[in-house]
Design a protein around this ligand. Sequence first.
Ligand SMILES: NC(=O)c1ccc[n+]([C@@H]2O[C@H](COP(=O)([O-])OP(=O)(O)OC[C@H]3O[C@@H](n4cnc5c(N)ncnc54)[C@H](O)[C@@H]3O)[C@@H](O)[C@H]2O)c1
Length: 461
Amino acid sequence: MHRRNFLKSTSLLAASLAAGQASAFRLWKNTAQKRVALVGTGIRGSTLWGKNLVDNYGEEVQFVGLCDINPGRLETVRKYMGVDCPTFTDFAEMMEQTKPEWVIVTTMDSTHDTFIVAAMEAGAHVITEKPMTTDAAKCQNILDTQQRTGREVLVTFNYRHTPHNTAIKQLLHDERVGPVTSVDFHWYLNVYHGASYFRRWHAYVENSGSLWVHKATHHFDLLNWWVGATPVEVTAYGALEHYGKNGPFRGASCRSCPHKTECPYYWDITEDESSMRLYVQNEEYDGYIRDSCVFREDINIWDKMSAQILYDNGVVVNYSLTTYSPYEGYRIAFNGQRGRIDSWEDIPYQRGEYSEEEQRALHGNEMNFDQEETPSEFHEIVVHDNFEPQYESVKVPKYRYGHGGGDKRMLDYLFVNPGADDPLGHMAGTRDGALSVLIGIAARRSIAERRAVRLDELVRV
Ligand SMILES: NC(=O)c1ccc[n+]([C@@H]2O[C@H](COP(=O)([O-])OP(=O)(O)OC[C@H]3O[C@@H](n4cnc5c(N)ncnc54)[C@H](O)[C@@H]3O)[C@@H](O)[C@H]2O)c1
């Protein structure tokens, strides 16, 4: 297709998705406590969206029902949250009996669409964890149902809300280095956090859409938000070269493995109180093994991912995701017409220290939103104008817990100040949810078909 026609046709995609912009949080404004039901009582559902809402947002939220396919986990979580609402293993039954105004979806990724659609059909609004969904047909169904029912769907992109990512957005919004023309974005998962995806349901494309969707939806959403344009075409490469069938040995689970002493990925789940309580003690109901082997032969997601993304304003992004790095962090650079913005997170050599203990604990701290510390460190954003010998160093307070402080800020936006101005557009709806997963879905197709894939091939305009 001629480039100009191509960009025009993809901007139709943007226009058709525009109806799905987030406006739902305004619906919370000035109204009484919300009747909320939650589906998916795993770690995210029971903690951030469960006990945390009960303890810290109790005036705004009343739980009217909890649902999960695992009845043991459901009851464990009901007690942990300290609520006495009814529990259900059947979602339709919960909707019928409890008639919630809002449904929070925190199930396995590939099932999100079922609950988002059914909740809207039943007249409820939705808050869904990322990724909004895992394939194009499911995405289309969510968009069509929303258009038909007029219900709201919020997608919880907590990474937007960190002070660091917000400061980058502000600089780009202000065109501090002129219009941006290209971006380099490289994300590194360390051998602890990266490996965790290969132990769980995430290790199968049919469950998670692969890390192109499950994990990279965060990164693609940040890119879409930062660049402020619509992604139109993706070319990608990927491979599975480290985990899965590549391992030298394997076992059924870490607990029962004969290779405990020689395997660098051995993980003792019995030392993790919440994993024992949530998963091991409820294995009998669904057979889900939380400490599965990272070297299972049938793992089918990629562990090395690289993509180029073209936007409708001409911006080109070079992106990569690594899953077995010695350290966790990211590097980003925006090339503008008048200069360049560089930033990074957690690169140990730039901080002048490396600690294996810290690497091991990083992801746990990320998931722990209870502790809002007074920051003792800062993130740095370097802004360098062309032809200038001096550069500006912007320092942003660094929060370690709750996804860089993003979880708490997002929930405050949702529940405490729901009508507050949103000048940088932090709140995300189905348009953002769709465009971020469609990049990953296009990447999967690009690898399979060895060609550039346009996003308007994936959803109907
Ligand atoms: N925004 C973030 O930073 C962030 C962080 C962690 C997890 N998440 C998201 O939260 C969601 C849950 O992740 P998790 O780590 O809690 O996983 P988990 O495996 O701990 O929990 C998933 C729960 O869903 C239940 N479930 C699965 N299929 C179901 C179905 N058909 N009907 C009802 N229940 C079903 C499981 O039994 C389990 O209790 C995922 O979509 C994940 O992407 C987001």
